[in-house]
Design a protein around this ligand. Structure first.
Ligand SMILES: CC(C)(COP(=O)(O)OP(=O)(O)OC[C@H]1O[C@@H](n2cnc3c(N)ncnc32)[C@H](O)[C@@H]1OP(=O)(O)O)[C@@H](O)C(=O)NCCC(=O)NCCS
Length: 176
């Protein structure tokens, strides 16, 4: 693989970001990767307006990974206050997964959360049905906190649920 660069997204990246995130999370294209939400949700994961709101919010940012001018990965970072950071929308092009980019983006998210927001811990939310993804986060040092969060069934911009028991488990990782 040629060199990968990671930088903060700008508005001009939104179309490429939208395609990447949808391809990683939803539909048949996402099944090329090793983990996907396609069995849990149809519809969209995000949309260009949502991404524009993220980029305009000083408490959030999107890190993007590029190879040969192609967008191949991204991760949303956010300040939750009180020394807690969050990441989400972690996406790697389905055909490039398993090569270490996801881990590299998590490392980049940790560094950026500490530097930008003074985060001392990171919290993420994961569907409990995604056992292999939870196992990966545990190998990265995340632990379940025991808390759960509801899934917003009233917001089709988050996707169209394929089952009626969706919720999230919260996982946490301390930053050095
Ligand atoms: C989650 C995601 C970002 C990981 O990206 P990636 O580039 O594959 O990550 P890496 O290559 O760094 O690590 C892949 C890990 O999965 C493991 N893996 C690979 N294939 C696997 C499989 N079929 N089943 C289970 N684990 C597998 C690898 O062994 C590796 O684990 P290790 O780092 O402990 O060795 C990527 O799969 C993705 O975009 N998924 C769709 C979107 C998503 O679900 N995001 C997270 C939502 S919270």
């Amino acid at each position: 693989m040629s060199e990968i660069t990671i930088r903060v997204a700008v508005a001009a990246d939104i179309p490429a970001l939208h395609s990447l995130i949808e391809s990683a999370y939803r539909g048949e294209a996402s099944r090329t990767g090793w983990t996907t939400e396609a069995d849990l949700l149809g519809g969209q994961r995000t949309d260009p307006d949502d991404l524009a709101d993220i980029l305009a919010n000083p408490e959030q940012a999107m890190l993007t990974a590029w190879r040969d001018e192609s967008l191949i990965g991204c991760v949303l970072i956010a300040d939750r206050g009180g020394g807690t950071g969050y990441f989400g929308m972690l996406s790697v092009s389905p055909t490039l997964q398993g090569g270490g980019l996801g881990r590299r983006l998590v490392d980049a998210a940790h560094a950026a959360l500490a530097e930008r927001f003074g985060a001392r811990r990171v919290r993420i939310s994961v569907f409990p049905q995604r056992g292999s993804l939870i196992a990966w986060y545990e190998r990265l040092g995340y632990r379940k906190t025991g808390e759960t969060l509801p899934f917003d069934y009233g917001n089709p911009r988050l996707g169209l649920p394929l089952r009626d028991d969706l919720h999230f488990v919260v996982m946490e990782h301390a930053l050095a």
